[in-house]
Design a protein around this ligand. Structure first.
Ligand SMILES: Cc1ncc(COP(=O)(O)O)c(C=O)c1O
Length: 301
């Protein structure tokens, strides 16, 4: 954000997705305590696949938008050429396009969502899969923009830590040589399709789904009269965890996930979905919970 602001000489940010705990982003959510109002006013949110919501931000802040940052894809697929249209609109207004590829990078494709969808942003950030869990992240971009780092201050206590750089090199070599990303797509597809088939079998297809691109999918639940979605999700997770699979609302694939892991996971999901279907039929979802209902960490403000 500081690089985009320094490069453009502007201060407003338009964002879409999740971007971590720093003031400029978290101030847009219900967890904004401690973020000054002056900072919160500088970030505006827009809606994925809704170009009009981004157009409105440009219209409301003429000549002031420094950057448009988005997760290039989350659970919902981009409609048509949405990403290209975001790029064109952003550049027409003299702002920079930033892809937050913390999740999609080195996962959807080796070159992230930008490779998969053929839209190259001005700046992008990567982390997570890049060094296989080692503490490393990267900001990358066009040379003339990156050169502002020569002027803006950038230094961190652990900046000299080199082990994670070695981990990233080893990880990237392995991703390439062993077709890891293909493996993530294959196992993720089996989990996603398998889950949706199980939901159909117990008559819950309209209440729960596994959505998203196979390397990282998300389980959704929707309210049934009298039973909130979060209670359903809590019971489902409780029963999957009891069967030895730690689950937090989706499938985040890695190279270690074997055919047997997929089979065991689907078996646990099948049992849990059958229990959920029965509890719904008997209106006993809350009664079957052995702990409190899970709560969202935060919501968009
Ligand atoms: C899409 C996305 N952006 C940003 C972040 C935040 O990254 P960091 O914790 O390194 O600031 C995360 C972390 O989960 C993320 O998933």
């Amino acid at each position: 954000m500081r690089a985009a602001r320094a490069y453009t000489g502007r201060d407003v940010i338009a964002c879409c997705g999740y971007h971590g705990w720093q003031d400029w982003y978290i101030g847009t959510t219900t967890r904004s305590r401690g973020v000054p109002a002056a900072v919160r006013e500088l970030t505006r949110t827009f809606t994925y696949n809704d170009l009009g919501s981004l157009e409105r931000i440009f219209a409301e802040h003429p000549g002031r938008v420094a950057a448009v940052i988005l997760e290039p894809v989350g659970v919902v697929e981009p409609e048509g050429d949405f990403l290209q249209r975001v790029a064109t609109l952003t550049h027409a207004h003299g702002a920079l396009l930033i892809f937050d590829e913390i999740i999609t990078g080195f996962r959807l494709a080796l070159g992230g969502a930008q490779e998969r969808f053929g839209v190259t942003p001005d700046l992008a950030c990567f982390g997570k899969a890049m060094a296989n869990g080692f503490p490393l992240s990267a900001v990358v971009g066009r040379r003339e923009i990156m050169e502002v780092f020569d002027e803006i201050f950038f230094s961190v206590t652990f900046g000299g830590e080199a082990l994670s750089l070695a981990a990233a090199r080893a990880t990237i070599a392995k991703l390439r040589e062993q077709n890891v990303i293909e493996h993530l797509w294959r196992q993720g597809t089996r989990l996603r399709d398998g889950y949706n088939a199980l939901a159909r079998e117990v008559g819950l297809a309209s209440r729960t789904q596994c959505l998203g691109y196979p390397p990282r999918t998300v389980l959704t639940f929707s309210d049934v009269a009298g039973t909130p979605a979060l209670a359903m999700k809590s019971l489902f997770q409780q029963e999957v965890i009891k069967r030895g699979i730690l689950i937090a609302g989706g499938f985040n694939l890695c190279y270690a996930h074997s055919d047997d892991d997929v089979r065991r996971t689907l078996e646990a999901c099948g049992d849990a979905l059958a229990i959920l279907a029965r509890a719904l039929a008997e209106d006993r979802v809350a009664a079957r919970l052995e702990g409190p209902v899970i709560q969202p960490v935060f919501r968009s403000a």
